[in-house]
Write a protein that binds this ligand. Sequence first.
Ligand code: NAD
Ligand code: IPM
Ligand code: MN
Length: 360
Amino acid sequence: MRLKIVVLAGDGIGPEVTREATSILRAVAEFGGHEFTFVPALLGGVAITAEGTPLPQATLDVALDSDAVLLGAVGDNKFNALSPDKRPEAGLLQIRQALGGFANLRPSVAYPALAENSPLRPEVTKGADILFVRELLGGLYFGAPRWWNRDTNEAINTMRYTKDEVVRVAKVAFELASKRKKKVTSVDKANVLEVSQLWRAVVTEVAKDYPEVTLEHQLVDSMAMHLMNTPRSFDVVLTENLFGDILSDESGVITGSLGMLPSATIGGKVNLYEPVHGSAPDIAGTGKANPLGAILTAAMVLRHSAGLEADAAAIEAAVAQVLEAGHRTADIARGSNQQVVTTEQMGKLVHEALAHALDR
Ligand code: NAD
Ligand code: IPM
Ligand code: MN
């Protein structure tokens, strides 16, 4: 199997976690006799510094010509004063749009070994296994008009969805649910927003093609609470762009850390893979970053862009095994007396566990 993977390490802890993720992919290639090539390119703050733009044309060209794009994170406090269209984050939104993936899959799994690391009680999180399907190309992020008039002190963003945009992402959610616990929870704000009323009507219509899947609707405010109270009651959670952004970060609490969460964006020309977390400027350069979200993202590359399901599962098993053995980065060591390892050490531990498994 040949795979050309464009690596956009980005800013802050992006390069630190991406290094560990690519090293795991290299191991899989070596053991399986695959030819994976990794092509580094600039995105975000590093691209602004080097090229004066968050998404250089060369990055876009190479990404569109690849089999998969693996991203670390973008964002740097030194660009906070720039307008949204010039910031590092703009580069990310532009490349998402260009690659075309509209369904962002964000699994949130409660690893048994981390039960004591979540502020939620173990009996609440035990067995929780949620798949967020976040719509990624619509809503407030891309709706026009958008502006800030500094003279009149008025600003506007537009939440907009078309029926087709809702249909295509809803289908992905129902397809995935039909292979899981057969439940879709669609999250909206239909008590207030017209966009959400459209969303709810369209999702209800799509559900008719999937009689084996149960559909429930939740309003986003109470959903934020249900997610913490009864995380095990959810299977697939389908929602629009901003609500999905917020709820998926919240679900980091179920797992024990935001640093544990991976994602894959499918449905476009080239799939995009990125951990859910950001560039974490507060811990960048300290060796404290948890690389497991990025490593689990690498597993998703194998699953969704290479059809290497067994290898993807082997990475996930290696992560679980390392956690079972008690190894912890600082973010998941809370409330425990486990020895804390660095980003690089955690990557090595997963690498060793994986090598052992693949060698067998
Ligand atoms: P963040 O996700 O970077 O960090 C939130 C908190 O979680 C911080 O305390 C951080 O230290 C911690 N954290 C995050 N990832 C971690 C990891 N792997 N290991 C250990 N701890 C981890 O969110 P933020 O602080 O709100 O944003 C920082 C910057 O990142 C901003 O510029 C934001 O726009 C950007 N951002 C980028 C992406 C992306 O590139 N996909 C995603 C989210 C935020
Ligand atoms: C994420 C991030 C991005 C988003 C930002 C950095 C544009 O928060 O991937 O979750 O809001 O989609
Ligand atoms: Mn986010």
